[in-house]
Structure formats: structure tokens, C-alpha cells
Design a protein around this ligand. Structure first.
Ligand SMILES: Cc1cc2nc3c(=O)[nH]c(=O)nc-3n(C[C@H](O)[C@H](O)[C@H](O)COP(=O)(O)OP(=O)(O)OC[C@H]3O[C@@H](n4cnc5c(N)ncnc54)[C@H](O)[C@@H]3O)c2cc1C
Length: 303
């Protein structure tokens, strides 16, 4: 298998010189939880063409691959993974067209929100503090404080599983609560058009500042995490149920249910993915015993 990844990487670099490729790369370097084992190959294709080539080629060679944006919703287990990870970091073009932003999948949501402010466009304030990329945000239909990406996505361009480029309108993205079609299909999101509205820059700035302040007050932003560990159950909040079960501060190794926000599991230093997964199991069990609710992970686990 290692030879197959090597052959793929060599061809990627020959076709697209300057593409960064790392063998046996620890995923703790690329995820906000700062845990996780190595992957056979980690590549950052240097352009959209290189990225498209790499996705098509992995499929043609039947090699296991995974796309990673900013790694802020991913938990890789501690073992070595026979996997080629493709980063979208260089899918970073961003341009303004009327009231729309046309953006590569690798552009960070914070950069998009700032670009919207600069262009006096409203609608993306909610996304300012979400530490993900546009692609990861669309995949999850990321949202906060009453806004979600589906509110602003006009169209998404992706590479389908047959290797063809396609563009679909928002209505065909099957957006739901922390869900999109891309979770089911595994199609590679390349770029999207976000439709915004003209707004008053002072009001946009005030809203962004207010949401940042609320995040800083409520969330343990000083410690590595993947944000909310569990999805919001129907009619309730994961954090409320976890706190009601008396689990705030509960630890396994270096993983802890945050003292500041029970919805977050944090890495207090030296946590392994195994610690985090064991703590998640404990939390799920205790919450089920005390409230009858089964919590579903929001963070995507790569076992
Ligand atoms: C401190 C903190 C606060 C957070 N607050 C919020 C919040 O308020 N609201 C919220 O919704 N989330 C929040 N999150 C979680 C996370 O930031 C979001 O889910 C974000 O959208 C993930 O984007 P990413 O680029 O990091 O995706 P990644 O973690 O890199 O990937 C997540 C999933 O998307 C897939 N993916 C990524 N890019 C692509 C692509 N181009 N094509 C196809 N698939 C792709 C990956 O394969 C993976 O399955 C928070 C996380 C942290 C650490």
C-alpha cells in the first residue's frame, strides 16, 4: 500500500511541482483537537487543477482518501491510517461579484466574514468565529447564533464521484441541521457562491464584535477542541444535559468535559484520541442514564 501512495505522490509532484507532500504525517498537526495518529500521505495540492487531478487520481487508483479543510471538526484515532489526506488550503481564491462572494473551498469562514464586512455586505456575521473552511462549513452546514451556511449559499461547485465538475443550487444541497448532501455522497466541494445583502458596515462590525465577545465569554477558546462535541438533540441542548448529569469537569487522561462549557470536550494537554473517545463514551452513557437521550457526535470520527 505504501508504494501505491508513493507512486501517487510522485506523479502529483511531477505534474504539479511545488505541491507539498508529507509521508507519515501526524494528524495532530492538522486538527484543532491536536490529537490523532499518522496518515500515509498528507498533500496540499497547489492549485484547483492539482486538487481535481489528485481526487480523480486517488479514485482511479482505488486508494483511500479524505479531504480536510481546517481540521476543526475532525477526530482521528491514534493508530496509523492507511489514507491519503488532501488539504484544501490552497483552494483559496476569493472574489466579489455584485452582492455575492465567489470563494474557493479552502477559504476560512473568518476571512469570508471579514471580506463581506469590507464590501459592506451583511449575512455572514454568524460565521466569523467558526474556525472552519468554506468546504468544511458547507459539508456540515455550519452555523451559530441563528445563522447557517444554507442561509447564504447560492450554489456549490463540486467534483462528482465520476470525476465530473458540477454546480448545484442551494436547494439541491440537502441542507439540514449540521448536515448536507456531501456527508452522504463524499463529493469534493471545490467552490461556492454566497449571496449576501448590502448592509451598514458599522452594524456588521458591531454584530461580529458582539458574537466574538459572547464566544470568548462562553467557550473554552484557550484549549484545543473541535467545538461542540455532540449535536443538539431535538428540543434540548447537549451542554445542558451533560451539565445536568453532573459531568462538567469529568476527565479521562488529558481529555476533559470543559468546566466553562459542558458541550465542549477539551484537550488539557497531552490527551490522546483514545482519551477523548473514552470520555465521549462515558458522557453518552451517563446522559442516557440520567435523561434517556442518546447524544450523537457532531465531530467526525476517523476510526
Ligand atoms: C473552538 C471551535 C468553535 C466551533 N464553533 C462552531 C460553531 O459555532 N458552529 C459550527 O457549526 N461549528 C463549529 N465548530 C466546528 C467546525 O469549526 C465546523 O464544523 C467547521 O465547519 C468545520 O470546517 P473545517 O474546514 O475545519 O472542516 P474539517 O474539520 O477539515 O472537515 C470536516 C468534514 O468536512 C469534510 N470536508 C472538508 N472540506 C471538504 C471539501 N472541500 N469537500 C468535501 N468534504 C469536505 C471533511 O472530509 C470532514 O468530513 C467549532 C470548532 C471549534 C474548534
Amino acid at each position: 500500500m505504501d508504494n501505491a501512495f508513493d507512486a501517487f505522490a510522485k506523479e502529483l509532484n511531477a505534474g504539479y511541482p511545488g505541491t507539498a507532500v508529507f509521508y507519515g504525517e501526524p494528524m495532530r498537526k492538522h486538527t484543532t483537537f491536536r490529537v490523532g495518529g499518522t496518515v500515509s500521505l498528507f498533500a496540499e495540492p497547489k492549485s484547483l487543477e492539482a486538487f481535481v487531478w489528485a481526487v480523480r487520481e486517488l479514485r482511479r487508483r482505488e486508494l483511500p482518501g479524505l479531504i480536510v479543510g481546517n481540521g476543526s471538526n475532525l477526530l482521528f484515532s491514534d493508530r496509523p491510517h492507511a489514507l491519503a489526506v488532501l488539504s484544501t488550503a490552497r483552494l483559496d481564491t476569493l472574489r466579489l461579484s455584485g452582492d455575492s462572494l465567489i470563494s474557493g473551498a479552502g477559504v476560512l469562514l473568518s476571512r469570508l466574514a471579514s471580506a463581506a464586512l469590507e464590501a459592506c455586505l451583511t449575512g455572514l456575521e454568524f460565521a466569523h468565529g467558526i474556525p472552519g473552511s468554506l468546504g468544511g462549513g458547507i459539508y456540515m452546514n455550519a452555523g451559530a447564533y441563528g445563522g447557517e451556511l444554507r442561509d447564504v449559499v447560492e450554489a456549490v461547485t463540486y467534483l462528482d464521484n465520476g470525476g465530473s465538475l458540477r454546480t448545484v443550487p442551494c436547494a439541491e444541497c440537502d441542507f439540514g441541521y449540521r448536515h448536507s448532501r456531501f456527508e452522504n455522497t463524499g463529493e469534493a466541494i471545490l467552490s461556492a457562491t454566497l449571496r449576501l445583502r448590502p448592509g451598514d458596515p458599522r452594524e456588521i462590525r458591531e454584530k461580529m464584535d458582539d458574537l466574538s465577545r459572547r464566544r470568548r465569554e462562553k467557550q473554552p477558546l484557550n484549549l484545543p477542541s473541535a467545538g461542540s462535541t455532540f449535536k443538539r438533540p431535538q428540543g434540548d441542548f447537549a451542554a445542558r444535559l451533560i451539565e445536568a448529569a453532573g459531568l462538567k469537569g469529568l476527565s479521562v487522561g488529558g481529555a476533559q468535559v470543559s468546566e466553562k462549557h459542558a458541550g465542549f470536550i477539551v484537550n488539557t494537554g497531552g490527551a490522546t484520541a483514545g482519551d477523548i473517545l473514552a470520555l465521549m463514551d462515558k458522557v453518552r452513557e451517563q446522559v442516557y442514564l440520567t435523561s434517556g437521550v442518546t447524544l450523537e457526535p457532531e465531530v467526525r470520527i476517523i476510526d
